[in-house]
Write a protein that binds this ligand. Sequence first.
Ligand code: OFO
Length: 169
Amino acid sequence: MLSESMETAINGQINKEIFSSYLYMAMGMYFEAEDLSGAASWMRTQALEEMTHAEKFMNFVNERGGRVTLQAIAKPAFAWDSPHAAFTAALEHERFISASINDLVASARKDNDYMSDNFLQWFVGEQVEEEASVSEVIRMFKLAGTSGGGLLMIDRELGSRVFTPPAAE
Ligand code: OFO
């Protein structure tokens, strides 16, 4: 049985994951408006992935006899100064999510809740990957600068990302 405090904390995390999805969908729409369809597709794929994170948390709460209570989702920004700025904002957001996952692990350990701790380790690993992949895109945009050809190449590369749902638990 999930403790009340862990249930509340995970419900907060579910909200953050759904907000992440909403934020990346907003970034996807920004890239659509900028005619960067590859970057738009990358962000829309990321938005789908974030919903699977929320689902993973929801399934866990249900399996442990807790209650999922969905909260209002905040309005995301809708425009950024450049592709580089949008991905930099995405990295900042992922760092915020990593810190939030770390806090959940710390609470689980403080309460000797090893089931939650074990479950959360998947997210710890996922955050390493997410921060690394966004950092890589930022590096590419930085190298391209304002070169139209460079931006086009990056956009094509980003468009090749495909959505792979995480393995079901
Ligand atoms: Fe972007 O990561 Fe979810 O957790």
